[in-house]
Design a protein around this ligand. Structure first.
Ligand code: PLP
Length: 427
């Protein structure tokens, strides 16, 4: 807990209470900064998506990287969802949290032989293969184990996702996937793959998409390719439409695609497809379920700007620094306070440690509790200990109750594994 005292001014009721839990009380008990997630909000998203997909043979494989807290993954597992993983660490986490291997798909351009071997041993459902070299490696590792790996070709459809360049993945200049021309050759020579069943297509063109147009364009390209492959005698059992559905980070400004429209676009593009449809939403399921609770350390009046200095920083929430991302910021204070314009910053020694510039907020004082909204995705999962700031606590809320699902890291835990250089070796 920070050394400041909790401010007791009444906060507006709609924001201070989430999922039936009083956030100032959580902040007092758990300390700040602290990531808070509403289980009910995640369940509501899962239910809405499942309802929108009703009648389709569809499996939702949650993109674990969005929020890989074990308690969140357990919630995902209990809801019957699968997972999309991108590393051996995520494989381990998902299995640990109880997501069955046969509901796990493995994406990523840099899968190593060891990661592929571990995934095969665990029995993952499918590999989303992103290069010819990876396809050969998969064949090699599967052959050595005398198993057959299910594989999908990740198609790079050369579609602009109309999102931030750093989270755009479906343009030909991006590192992800292969062209339809290259994938066509893979299928043409797939008979030589004795230990890989290449029977799926995968596409994921980017994240935080707020328009259906690029999603439709990518789906149409993949659907046309599926029809072409089927006509050429190949069996396509799985089409994975990826993730990328955007959320509202800025009220009144971001207008997410309604989930029924998204599902409608999938139904339309894949009409007549008789295999299984996989989806890999990450952000859409968890982002708006989370807030980052932080306290004002102090206000600093610079020559030109007024700085609202929080006890959270870029190491707790990297998105503003990395993507210039907007997050709505709500001080949990009496809404009748006059407004002020602040640069909202953290204590880290980087000018990029800025959550917002020139943001108009109710006047804040040291000790006030501040909520940074929509931090449930790519918040804690991207956190680091930069500036030797221990990882923040994480809390799950559920209908009036809360549970600490990650203890705040101690200084000792922060240096665990580091040691003095007294064991020298030569190489
Ligand atoms: C990151 C990622 C996702 C999830 O993206 P969101 O924008 O969080 O929905 C899905 N599939 C793949 C392959 C990814 O890399």
């Amino acid at each position: 807990m920070t050394a400041t005292t909790a401010h007791t001014a009444p906060a507006s009721a709609d924001t201070a209470c989430r999922d039936g839990v009083d956030l100032p009380a959580v902040a007092r008990r758990v300390g700040t900064p602290c990531h808070v997630y509403s289980a009910s909000a995640i369940h509501a998203r899962i239910d809405a998506l499942q309802t929108a997909l009703h009648g389709l043979d569809a499996l939702v494989c949650y993109a674990a990287k969005a929020n890989s807290n074990v308690a969140v993954l357990q919630l995902i597992a209990n809801a019957g969802l699968g997972a999309d993983i991108v590393s051996g660490g995520e494989l381990w986490r998902c299995l640990y949290a109880g997501i069955p291997a046969d509901r796990i798909v493995f994406s990523g351009v840099g899968k190593t032989a060891e990661e592929i071997a571990d995934a095969l041993d665990a029995g993952v459902a499918r590999f989303n293969v992103e290069s010819a070299d990876e396809l050969q490696l998969l064949q090699h590792v599967a052959a050595a184990r005398n198993v057959v790996a299910n594989a999908s070709a990740r198609i790079n459809p050369d579609v602009d996702a109309l999102t931030h360049a750093k989270i755009s993945t479906g343009k030909s200049e991006n590192k992800f996937g292969v062209s339809i021309d290259e994938a066509r050759q893979w299928f043409a020579s797939s008979a030589a793959l004795t230990h890989v069943r290449l029977d799926g297509l995968h596409v994921h063109i980017g994240s935080q998409m707020l328009s259906l147009d690029p999603i439709r364009a990518a789906l149409q390209r993949v659907a046309a390719f599926w029809r072409e492959l089927t006509a050429a005698g190949h069996t396509i059992r799985s089409i994975d439409v990826g993730g990328g559905l955007g959320v509202c980070y800025r009220a009144g400004h971001d207008h997410p695609v309604p989930v029924n429209d998204y599902a409608g676009a999938i139904r339309e593009a894949l009409a007549g497809f008789e295999g299984r449809i996989l989806l890999e939403p990450g952000r859409w399921l968890v982002a708006e379920a989370g807030v980052l609770l932080t306290r004002v350390v102090r206000i600093k009046h610079g020559r030109e700007r007024k700085f609202l200095i929080l006890d959270a920083a870029m190491n707790d929430l990297l998105r503003p620094s990395l993507y210039d991302a907007w997050h709505d910021i709500v001080p949990l204070v009496d809404a009748t306070r006059p407004s002020q314009t602040y640069d909202v910053v953290g204590p880290v020694c980087e000018t990029g440690d800025t959550f917002a510039r020139g943001r108009e907020l109710p006047e804040c004082r040291a000790g006030d509790l501040v909520m940074i909204k929509a931090t449930g995705a790519y918040g804690a999962s991207m956190a680091s200990t930069y500036n030797s700031r221990p990882l923040a606590a994480e809390v799950l809320l559920d209908r009036g109750r809360y549970a600490v699902v990650r203890e705040r890291q101690t200084f000792e835990e922060m240096v665990a594994g580091e040691q003095s250089a007294d064991q020298w070796e030569t190489a």
